[in-house]
Design a protein around this ligand. Structure first.
Ligand SMILES: NC(=O)c1ccc[n+]([C@@H]2O[C@H](COP(=O)([O-])OP(=O)(O)OC[C@H]3O[C@@H](n4cnc5c(N)ncnc54)[C@H](O)[C@@H]3O)[C@@H](O)[C@H]2O)c1
Length: 253
């Protein structure tokens, strides 16, 4: 029960790393706001949490839309009365593309979700944390691709670099409010997003290539990221801010 009685808002919690984290946060005692663009999948995560005897509500949000993000926090406050933890996890991938093949529309979509989405989450939770006066934790999902980009991941990797720098900037900006801001760099993870990175390539070959580039010899599973997030969100990490934790099997070394 490392997150007992904490209220956590998790974006992109209808799938993959977000869903895994939502379930493990709930097992650790948190009440969870499961937020996702796909409301049906958010409800499914919620059902799974409820069936395990824990508390969660589903909220539909487009993290790139300011009104949606504000409404997500309104729902959290109405239902649970406070917000202690924000996990800005929603994101979109890109398949391998040479820079001249990247359309302006794709650039805007990746930046809108991966960067503006994180910005809006931080922007709208900040006044809530200040008003509550008891600190708070923001965890942002970046990627090891920000530090070790693979060929063709150009804009995606750049979007995650922006997340890392925003994390560090806000860590120093919000420290006096006792708000900690941290990030996680997952390595290639076995989630529905993986197909988005693989694109037209042969799936088995692509999986082999990913795995071969990870010293510990396997891709990430949702639990790997979830337990890193539990630690970062918990009191055990009370002196940890501005930190970017690689959960990458050694790929970033
Ligand atoms: N899977 C990987 O290999 C990998 C590696 C490194 C980092 N990441 C990052 O981890 C995070 C989670 O990825 P995942 O693997 O769980 O992906 P996923 O595709 O399984 O889940 C992402 C979720 O985000 C939601 N989403 C997408 N756009 C949204 C929006 N505008 N508003 C709200 N929700 C939206 C989707 O509906 C989906 O449920 C992302 O930020 C991703 O960039 C993933």
């Amino acid at each position: 029960m490392r997150l007992k009685d904490k209220v956590a808002v998790i974006t992109g919690a209808g799938s993959g790393l977000g869903r895994g984290t939502a379930r493990i946060f709930a097992k650790e005692g948190a009440k969870v706001v499961v937020a996702d663009l796909n409301f049906d999948s958010a409800k499914e995560t919620c059902n799974q949490i409820n069936m395990e005897g824990n508390e969660a509500i589903a909220v539909r949000v487009d993290v790139s839309n300011p009104d949606d993000v504000q409404e997500m926090f309104n729902r959290a406050l109405e239902h649970f009365g406070k917000v202690d933890i924000l996990f800005n996890n929603a994101g979109v991938p890109m398949s391998s593309l040479q820079i001249e093949e990247v359309s302006d529309e794709l650039f805007d979509r990746i930046m809108n979700v991966n960067v503006k989405g994180v910005f809006l989450g931080c922007k709208y939770v900040a006044p809530i944390f200040k008003k509550q006066g008891s600190g708070g934790v923001i965890i942002n999902t970046a990627s090891i691709a920000a530090l070790r980009p693979r060929p063709g991941q150009n804009v995606y990797a750049a979007s995650k670099s922006a997340v890392i720098t925003l994390t560090k900037s806000l860590a120093v900006e919000m420290a006096h409010e006792k708000v900690r801001v941290v990030a996680i760099n997952p390595v290639a993870a076995d989630t529905p997003m993986l197909q988005g990175f693989i694109g037209d390539r042969d799936e088995q070959e692509a999986r082999k290539t990913y795995t071969a580039s990870i010293p510990l010899g396997r891709m990430a599973q949702p639990e790997d990221i979830a337990y890193a997030a539990v630690y970062l969100a918990s009191e055990e990490a009370s002196l940890v801010t501005g930190t970017v934790l690689d959960v990458d099997g050694g790929r970033g070394v």
